[in-house]
Design a protein around this ligand. Structure first.
Ligand code: ADP
Length: 508
């Protein structure tokens, strides 16, 4: 029997680095986590120190082996899931980053994206990349570094520098500079990757003035890319899975066939629908992205997000002082039988998919003399479900696929009232898995497939287990009545936003 029966999953997130050890049955045998600093040097800018990311990640990797008391020699290999789009530029000779990493939340590329949009590039970029022309993605961040870090452009042209998203950076560090690679799920978040041709796009490289010498090789999401140097964990381990965090969670949730969908309820909601081998173009401004590539087959996904999900509960806690802890929201909301006609539209920072109204602001409707804080708490939880339902319906229309159930994870998915209401309002079962560490699990599955721990995607899917299934439990009439209330509240919120005086054009 092969003694190498563990997979080390590295989950490199926006605020912390985690390492989780999985066994052959997909069970968690240990975990370690470390936060690292966030830097906000000016409004709209968000940076990480790439060296701090690396050090936090390798330290938790060592820590999880130590605390689980499992020798590195018993680990079959490493899988990596990572925060996406965050951009690192480093020196090939030393492996040192030449500037702070620009984080996905950073908006400094806005002026460039506005200029390209004004020049009419939006549609062509969407057709090629599946993405909106937005500073969220890597291209404008990388161009900014090349334009602003002294000597960077000249050095890049001489082949002295390397670019990578966090997956690429970690593999470079783990392998001591022997591997400069990424996978299509990460590449497809750069605005430089052609979804149909599955290569870096020459025209977009030229548009963003990115020298080709900087770019990593795009490999699949599940194969041996290189080895972790023995200096780090005591022995050489193959690195065998790379995938962006949302795609990883989709894989971890075993949403492996077209029409399967997962929703992660964190600060915001991230929803992803598997659309199979077809890259579906959205008419609702969802993103089209690579889900993963395994053994020569590329699967695609539609992605949509809700800005305010768990953050709405934080607002009840910190903004209104209605509750002491996020967990208290469920009991408060349960203390009334229904919303009492109250609807909250939590558009605190505008509305995202499928409405896209940045000027929208939060609004509360339907208050009566009998309304109390429990109704507001209930309306807040229901709003998370309504917004998710709107995204799901838009995806169904885009893909022309009827969804059969929704799999859920994330911090707010422990709220049973929220999930029951989500099932009620969707008219679909909502299913919470036993293992909610779906991001790390996805990375572990991909690495385990490449290393032969599991033989097929079907075997991997067989390891996913439901913890609880929420079945829809209200009548069609009641559902229609509730949805109508939400739609009316939404229409008024949008009308309020659209009646504002027009914004001054951005002249910067
Ligand atoms: P992130 O990864 O975005 O930081 P998490 O997945 O850790 O988010 O989830 C944290 C979010 O979940 C917070 O916004 C918090 O308000 C919300 N949350 C935590 N517990 C509950 C609960 N019982 N009911 C509803 N929301 C909750």
């Amino acid at each position: 029997m092969n003694d190498k029966s563990y997979i080390l999953a590295l989950d490199q997130g926006t605020t912390s680095s985690r390492a989780i050890l999985f066994d052959r049955e997909g069970r968690i045998c240990g975990r370690a986590q470390r936060e690292f600093p966030q830097y906000f040097p000016q409004p709209g800018w968000v940076e990480h120190d790439a060296e701090e990311i690396w050090r936090s990640q390798i330290s938790v990797a060592a820590m999880v082996l130590q605390t689980a008391d499992i020798a590195a020699s018993r680990v079959a290999g490493i899988g990596i899931a990572n925060q996406r789009e965050t951009t690192v530029l480093w020196e090939r000779a030393t492996g040192h980053a030449i500037a702070p990493a620009i984080v996905w939340q950073d908006r400094r590329g806005a002026a460039l994206c506005d200029a390209l949009s004004a020049a009419g590039w939006e549609t062509r970029i969407r057709e090629k990349t599946g993405l909106t022309l937005d500073p969220y993605f890597s291209a404008s961040k990388l161009k900014w570094l090349l334009d602003h870090i002294p000597g960077a452009r000249q050095r890049a042209g001489r082949g002295e520098l390397a670019f990578g998203t966090i997956d690429t950076w970690l593999v470079w560090k783990l392998s001591q500079g022997r591997s400069h690679v990424t996978d299509p799920s990460n590449a497809s978040r750069t605005l430089l990757y052609n979804l149909q041709q599955q290569t870096w796009d020459e025209e977009l490289l030229e548009l963003f003035e990115i020298p080709r010498e900087l770019l990593p090789e795009v490999r699949s999401s599940s194969e041996i890319y290189g080895h972790c140097d023995p200096a780090w964990l005591g022995c050489s381990l193959p690195i065998a899975g790379l995938i962006g965090d949302q795609q990883a969670a989709t894989f971890g949730q075993a949403c492996l066939s077209p029409g399967m969908i997962k929703n992660t309820y964190g600060t915001g909601c991230f929803m992803m629908m598997n659309t199979g081998v077809e890259a579906v173009a959205s008419t609702h401004r969802m993103l089209t992205t690579v889900a993963w590539q395994i053994a020569g087959q590329t699967d695609y996904a539609l992605e949509g997000s809700v800005f305010m999900a768990g953050a709405t509960v934080q607002w009840l806690r910190d903004g209104l002082g209605l509750i002491d802890r996020a967990d208290d929201v469920e009991a408060l909301a349960r203390s009334v039988p229904d919303n009492g006609g109250v609807y909250l539209v939590p558009a605190f920072s505008g509305l995202g998919a499928p409405h896209w109204e940045p000027q929208a602001r939060g609004s509360l409707f339907g208050l009566s003399r009998g309304s109390n804080k429990a109704h507001i708490a209930r309306a807040a939880l229901e709003a998370i479900a309504y917004q998710s339902a709107d995204v799901l319906k838009a995806m169904e229309q885009d893909a022309g696929i009827a969804v059969r159930e929704m799999r859920v994870d994330g911090g707010a998915a422990k709220n049973d009232l929220l999930l029951q209401f989500q099932a009620d309002i969707l008219g679909l079962p909502v299913v919470r898995p036993q293992i909610t560490e779906t991001t790390a699990q996805g990375a572990a599955f991909l690495a385990g497939l490449a290393l032969g721990l599991w033989s097929s995607k079907e075997e991997v899917a067989g390891q996913w287990r439901s913890e609880r299934r929420f079945e829809p439990g209200i009548s069609e009439n009641r559902r229609a009545e509730l949805l109508q209330g939400w739609q009316r509240a939404l229409a008024q919120t949008l009308a309020w936003a659209r009646s504002l005086p027009p914004r001054q054009p951005n002249v910067s």
